[in-house]
Design a protein around this ligand. Structure first.
Ligand code: ATP
Ligand code: MG
Length: 574
């Protein structure tokens, strides 16, 4: 379990907002962070004001807030523009009777209208529910029904996936597109916006009032509605400062869609709370388009995911050389374990370290991270954010000593902690079943230097011949093999060993499946990691099943293997 711990990549000499991690951690005080916000003076707050209007009030209205690009659009919006547009949409919402606490969903592809709508919803004090554009009818219906949504913003194409007659609470649908046929409950977004005033009285709310309802990725089962409040902005702001290292002149690009929490907490809130220019790219991933986005916008901070970095690694070094990526100062990753090989590759090819960050929809913000001023141990998630206390505990709440695998837990509370699982109190309480702790559902260990190492989700831990094996370290060894593009590892029931390790592997370009290759790969893990961690079975697949946010769905692999129903597939990629 400890073989990687010795490898470190030193921090670059440049200055960062955090400075010394140890000092920041020891001296941390949330009260100091709170003083940044209007509630400190007025007792009331609104995140949309802090993210947009405040910069206009401070004389920075002409600064570019949003640069949007996709196949057909290339547009820039200043903070003043976003202030006016979100005010207009807030007024439109009010004219349809939408008020504080209402759930209003956005179901659209990434577009400037999506960001404007989301801000407008927050400005009236409503709770925004972002839905990923790829959701099909049932997924959309389940979420709108569960949340009791009263309104939705969508596009003409996506409207056909909304089963209106089965959703009695859903009164108003704003459709953003050309030539909208207005009818009972169907409103032309652009026509209403054109009529609306750009002045608006923001709904000032309390810190504990609702902000956003995120249905999780569904890697492990049915999505749950995770409810966050305005107070979360403290965490967004602080982590934006010390983890993203946002500075005044940065050009920031987070590749996540707002349908996932990364696309809101760090695709909207953190960058705009810091008043930086935020790049949004619509459309699908291709290595060339993505590198182009960095080059054309001179992106300085780039926040993406292991799946993307693995695809870049698969696409190779040559393509990197065709682009000028020299603007990049800071690269980060989230969503899945970041394989050490990917960190090494990034360091070599981009000449920059990739900083892993660990957190969850439920945590609202980053909790365990690598920082630009701290050495990175490839394969480790890093150390707790100042203000956060993390530990490895057993099922009775006992803190385990270093190097022992157990439940990754966080001391409660922290500012961006979820406040509810919508309509599901028992599920919410499960996370807090050990007094004083939030139980993440992930397993990890902490080394002697205080670095945390992800092992797997609790349900994914494999028990083979009495050994507990986290799938992540096996998968990470597998992707070090030159033929392996991606790997997903599961435990397969075995009468003798309890479980055996089975690996599903997609191959890199230029390699084809063969029995010899299977043997060679198994031997590679056996010699590089350990005999008990080597897969006894390997199956090659063209593609591994993933969520739309790019996570390998091990429960689907398991269902394939055992011929069981795969469960809720609403978030699976096509
Ligand atoms: P669901 O809860 O619906 O099954 P999900 O857990 O994939 O879906 P998210 O909240 O988006 O939904 O993901 C959080 C989970 O992703 C974490 O619990 C962890 O398992 C994994 N994860 C996120 N970041 C990292 C990371 N840096 N290293 C390892 N795992 C990570
Ligand atoms: Mg989860």
């Amino acid at each position: 379990m400890n073989q990687l711990q010795g490898e470190t990549i030193a921090a670059a000499a440049s200055s960062s907002n955090l400075g010394s991690y140890d000092e920041a951690y020891a001296n941390f005080n949330w009260d100091e962070i709170e003083k940044q916000f209007s509630w400190y003076v007025t007792g009331k707050v609104n995140l949309a004001y802090e993210a947009i209007d405040r910069h206009v009030d401070a004389g920075k209205g002409a600064k570019i807030a949003l640069r949007f690009t996709d196949q057909s659009r290339d547009e820039a919006y200043t903070f003043e523009d976003l202030q006016a547009l979100s005010n207009q949409f807030a007024n439109v919402l009010r004219s349809y009777g939408i008020t504080k606490g209402d759930r209003v969903f956005v179901f659209m592809p990434r577009s400037p209208e999506l960001y404007v709508s989301l801000l407008g919803i927050i400005k009236v004090g409503a709770v925004v529910g972002p839905l990923f554009e790829a959701f099909m009818e049932t997924a959309v219906k389940d979420r709108l029904e569960d949340s009791g949504a009263v309104a939705l913003v969508t596009t003409p194409t996506l409207l056909s996936r909304v089963k209106r007659n089965e959703l009695p609470s859903l009164k108003t649908i704003f459709v953003a597109g050309e030539e909208i046929e207005v009818s009972e409950g169907i409103v032309d977004y652009h026509a209403e916006m054109a009529e609306a005033s750009a002045d608006c009285e923001i709904e000032w709310v309390n810190r504990e009032d609702g902000l956003i309802l995120h249905y999780t990725s569904g890697s492990t089962g049915k999505p749950k509605g995770v409810y966050h409040v305005h107070n979360a902005m403290l965490q967004h702001y602080y982590t934006g400062k010390v983890v993203l290292d946002l500075q005044e002149d940065d050009i920031y690009w987070c590749t996540a869609d707002p349908g996932w929490v990364t696309g809101t907490s760090y695709g909207i809130f953190a960058p705009w709370l810091h008043g930086v220019t935020n790049v949004i790219r619509g459309g699908r991933f291709t290595p060339g388009d993505w590198y182009n986005t960095i080059q054309n916008n001179k992106v300085t901070i780039w926040y993406s995911a292991p799946t993307a970095f693995r695809m870049f690694m698969g696409a190779g070094e040559d393509i990197v050389k065709q682009y000028n990526l020299s603007s990049l100062r800071h690269i980060l990753s989230v969503g899945e374990p970041l394989n050490p090989e990917v960190v090494r590759w990034g360091n070599k090819v981009y000449g920059r370290r990739i900083h892993d960050t660990w957190w969850m929809t439920e945590t609202g913000g980053q909790l365990i991270c690598n920082y630009s001023s701290m050495p990175i141990k490839p394969g480790s998630m890093g150390k707790p954010v100042p203000g956060i206390q993390a530990a490895i505990i057993d099922d009775n709440g006992k803190i385990l000593p270093p190097n022992r695998m157990g439940n990754l837990a966080i001391r409660t509370p922290w500012p961006s902690m979820m406040r509810l699982i919508w309509n599901n109190a028992p599920k919410y309480e499960e996370y807090f079943r050990i007094p004083g702790w939030y139980i993440s559902g992930d397993t990890a260990f902490m080394d002697e230097d205080g670095y945390f190492w992800f092992q797997g989700r609790i349900d994914d831990v494999i028990n083979s011949s009495g050994e507990r094996i986290g799938p992540f370290e096996v998968e990470s060894k597998l992707v070090e093999h030159p033929a392996v593009a991606e790997a997903g590892v599961i435990g397969k029931p075995d009468p003798v060993r309890g479980e055996i390790i089975k690996a599903f592997i997609s191959l890199r370009e230029g390699y084809s499946p063969s029995a010899e290759l299977k043997e060679e790969i198994a031997k590679f893990v056996k010699e590089g990691l350990s005999a008990h961690a080597a897969p006894r079975e390997i199956e090659f697949k063209d593609k591994l099943p993933k969520t739309r946010s790019g996570k390998i769905m091990r429960r689907v692999l398991k269902a394939w293997e055992l011929n069981l129903p795969a469960g809720d597939l609403s978030t699976i990629e096509d």
